[in-house]
Structures are given as structure tokens and as C-alpha cells.
Design a protein around this ligand. Structure first.
Ligand code: F6R
Length: 242
């Protein structure tokens, strides 16, 4: 694991954008695994800026998002599909047909997950997978559990995740209780993984990810076994790491 220390959120965002931009420049038809949540927004804004200044061409890039709430349609403003359109896709020259998010509107969880697994496998898995990390160490929506998950699956969100994500909904009751998420095995197949983390609330999870025992109690800790992980985090998020 390489750890890049950054001064603050803006610095973290610029550095994460630089790693993603380098991937796009080196391999214009690369496959990017993308995340939603608050943390990557600054990096997405920086990628948009670099695209607008003519530095970055996304026309050949394909993307696969980590997760989606079960029961939300693509055009629901709370869906992760909508989030990606709003924060990134509508501002860059990516081909909409090359962007993929699990189909939350498909209530048949088994079919929706199997279909997504086939899509990701068919694309050859991401060249670069961008991840945020939950306060409880989750990646994607792979919550702390007794075992590491494999492929895309339907998950019951934990109370702590519902609580953390309720800031984006009118009330905690409005947060969907389930989501479809890429599994840990799929995430581990990406050739490079970039984790972004900012703020004190992430400090324990970042420490457990980088220095704790490898355990499904902290799903992100499995990344210690991946050969190419870059953690880009600000000083608050790294404050508990030695
Ligand atoms: C989002 C995702 C989640 C988030 C995590 C951190 O697609 O997969 O694992 O990365 O919950 O969220 P933020 O960045 O909002 O703190």
C-alpha cells in the first residue's frame, strides 16, 4: 500500500484526479471503477476542469460504478446513477453507453447482480478502481461481516451506514435499506485501487484498513493483499496511523 499524505480535502482531490487522469492519458480506452459519496466529488470536479481545459478526453473510457440503492430508478435524484450524471458524466465527453451503474430498479436482486457481474467481467475488470471508505471500514457497500464477499450482491445496509448516508435524504427513514454492490472479490480484481479519505471521522477506518488485521470486520483491510493500492488521504484521516 502506498500512502499519499495530503494537506487537506482540496489537495487530496487534486492528487486523486492526477492519478485518474494519468490512467486516462496512458490508456485512453481504460476501464474505470467509480465511487459515489461525498469524498470523490472534489476529484470529479478537478477531472471536469481538466477536461474543459482540453487536457482529458473521456470518449473511449468505460466506467463501472460500485453500487446502487435497491429500488431507486436511474432518474431518482437520490440514486447513484443520478449522482454520477450530476457530478461527472454530464460535464465530460464520455459516451453514455459506456457508463454503467447496477440497476437498482430491477427488484430481482439475483438477476440484477448476475447481470452486473457479467458486464464487469466482460469489460475485463477495472484498470483503476476508485474507492471511498465508510466510517465502519466498508468499501462499496460491503459492510463489516463474518466473511469477505465475492461478486455483486444485494446487501442490507447497517444502521451506521443508514445514519451516515441520511444527510443526503430528508430523514433516515427515507434511506433505502438495501443496495446492490460489487463484491470484495470483484474489487480486488481491479489492476490498481485508489482509496480517497478525508476528515477525522475516517481516521479509525483508515487505520484499520492500513494497519489493522486483515479481517472482514473491516472490509477495507483486504486491500493490504492487493499489489497496487494508493491511499490518498488528508492529515485528519491519517491522524491515527503511525
Ligand atoms: C459509494 C461507496 C461507499 C462510499 C463510502 C464513503 O459508492 O461505495 O463505500 O465510498 O460510504 O462515503 P463518503 O465519501 O460519503 O464518506
Amino acid at each position: 500500500m502506498r500512502i499519499i499524505h495530503t494537506a487537506d480535502y482540496e489537495d487530496m482531490s487534486r492528487k486523486a484526479a492526477s492519478v485518474i487522469a494519468a490512467q486516462v492519458v496512458l490508456k485512453p480506452d481504460c476501464v474505470l471503477g467509480l465511487a459515489t459519496g461525498s469524498t470523490p466529488i472534489g476529484a470529479y470536479q478537478e477531472l471536469v476542469r481538466r477536461h474543459e481545459s482540453g487536457e482529458l478526453d473521456f470518449s473511449q473510457v468505460s466506467t463501472y460504478n460500485l453500487d446502487e440503492y435497491r429500488g431507486l430508478t436511474h432518474d431518482d435524484p437520490q440514486s447513484y446513477h443520478y449522482f454520477m450524471e450530476r457530478e461527472l458524466f454530464s460535464h465530460i465527453n464520455i459516451d453514455p453507453a459506456r457508463t454503467h451503474v447496477p440497476d437498482g430498479a430491477n427488484e430481482d436482486a439475483e438477476a440484477a447482480c448476475a447481470e452486473y457481474d457479467e458486464l464487469v467481467a466482460g469489460a475485463g475488470y477495472p484498470d483503476l478502481q476508485l474507492l471511498g471508505i465508510g466510517n465502519n471500514g466498508h468499501i462499496g457497500f460491503n459492510e463489516p461481516a463474518d466473511a469477505f464477499s465475492k461478486g455483486t450482491h444485494c446487501i442490507d445496509l447497517t444502521e451506521s451506514t443508514i445514519e451516515a448516508n441520511s444527510r443526503l435524504f430528508e430523514s433516515p427513514e427515507d434511506v433505502p435499506r438495501q443496495a446492490y454492490t460489487m463484491g470484495i472479490q470483484t474489487i480486488m480484481r481491479a489492476r490498481r485501487v485508489v482509496v480517497v479519505a478525508s476528515g477525522e471521522k475516517k481516521a479509525q477506518a483508515v487505520r484499520d484498513m492500513c494497519q489493522g488485521p486483515i479481517s472482514p470486520a473491516c472490509p477495507a483491510s483486504i486491500l493490504q493483499l492487493h499489489p497496487d493500492v494508493i491511499v490518498i488521504a488528508d492529515k485528519d484521516a491519517l491522524s491515527l496511523c503511525n
